[in-house]
Design a protein around this ligand. Structure first.
Ligand code: ATP
Length: 351
């Protein structure tokens, strides 16, 4: 097994700073997800860990040993990509066993290892087919099998499920977690899909603009986002944000509209209130109420209610049978202790 550490790792392409002095510790045997919007530097970071990209500066350590100058094939890592990158003219069996043949393992050992991973990934019946005779999900399983069969200490996965449909993606999330438990290796997984990150990770590293925004287990990230970016990126529907001020008496104000949030801090201007849709209730109120219902989506398990307020739209998750109609005047209530506050300028969470 392998722990991975990044110390002040920086990557420039020409004059452009892509990854900016990242410090990161990835625990041995953990499932760590690098999460962030397109272009934030996740893939570049993963490629520096594998050795496919050189670092511009900084150190990468595997089990405490520097590897930034070690070529990829000597780092004992396996990569799985979004595009499966299978050899089209070789059978599934040949695709999986190729790396072992290069290592000149005895034929009997190769056959045994291929059979073992094929069983694990439920592709034993496909071993004699060519990649073009497989569905996308099956091809991705073959790509995983090819990585696993080498028994590396570190698995690096770059959006491996993006080409699969929603149902297969959900199944593969479960398979991947089970696989990791079985194999016990260190998994580093890149995605822009927060649902994928939340469902699979032990530890999520949120990146934006080449900088790590927060590193935390999924629920901590959800409950205690370090800043506005993380708060807005994690969770669907996203957190509601309202700019305004604190009156020092436990209420938040946007213009002359106030809402009690029980915040114990002193009065100050220039803050942003953040509240998750499940922590907002929209209640019918008199015609002078600040909000108006715009839209109700009844989704079976819940209803999503969108109301317009002087500060902008507010989204609430509600009971699927909630008695509200479009245009009903509503007031907003926030569940006690559930308001988040961010510095209006820097966006950092206020304690
Ligand atoms: P995505 O989810 O879209 O793949 P990402 O977070 O993985 O995004 P990267 O692929 O790491 O982002 O790319 C980060 C930035 O670096 C992008 O703006 C990209 O255009 C740029 N970039 C990546 N590789 C190179 C390269 N070889 N030369 C120049 N710029 C590059």
């Amino acid at each position: 097994m392998s722990s991975i550490e990044l110390r002040q790792v920086t990557k420039r392409f020409g004059d452009t700073l892509i990854v900016d002095s990242i410090d990161l510790t990835i625990e041995d045997g953990s499932f760590t997800v690098l999460l962030g919007p397109s272009g934030c530097g996740k893939t570049t970071t993963l490629n520096m860990i594998s050795g496919l990209e050189e670092v511009s500066s900084g150190e990468i350590l595997f089990d405490g040993k520097e590897v930034q100058d070690v070529p990829p094939h000597k780092r004992d890592v396996a990569m799985v990509f979004q595009s499966y990158a299978l050899y089209p003219n070789r059978s599934v069996r040949e695709n999986i066993s190729f790396a072992l043949k290069l290592r000149k393992l005895p034929a009997a050992d190769i056959a045994e290892r291929v059979a073992e991973v094929a069983e694990m990934l439920d592709i034993a019946k496909l071993l004699d087919r060519k990649p073009r005779q497989l569905s996308g999900g099956q091809q991705q399983r073959v790509a995983l099998a090819r990585a696993i069969v080498r028994r590396p200490n570190v698995f690096l996965l770059d959006e491996p499920l993006s080409n699969l449909d929603a149902k297969l993606r959900a199944d593969m999330r479960i398979s991947l977690r089970e696989l990791q438990r079985q194999l016990g290796g260190t998994f580093v997984y890149v995605t822009h899909d927060q649902g994928e990150a939340m469902s699979m990770a032990d530890q999520v590293v949120v990146m934006n603009g080449g900088v790590v925004q927060q590193e935390a287990p999924p629920l901590d990230l959800y409950r205690r986002p370090a800043n506005r970016f993380v708060a807005g990126f994690v969770g669907t529907p996203g957190m509601n944000f309202v700019p305004g001020s604190l009156d020092g008496g436990g209420s938040f104000a946007h213009g002359d509209w106030t809402v009690p949030i029980g915040w114990p801090g002193a009065a100050r201007d220039d803050v942003t209130l953040g509240v998750r849709p499940e922590d907002v209730t929209l209640e019918p109120a008199g015609p002078g109420a600040p909000g108006r219902v715009r839209l109700i989506e009844r989704l079976g398990v819940e209803a999503i209610v969108v109301a317009s307020f002087p500060s902008g739209d507010v989204i609430s998750r509600a009971d699927p049978d909630i008695e509200l109609d479009a245009d009903t005047p509503v007031a907003m209530r926030i569940r006690p202790g559930k308001a988040h506050l961010f510095d209006g300028e820097a966006g950092d969470a206020l304690a």
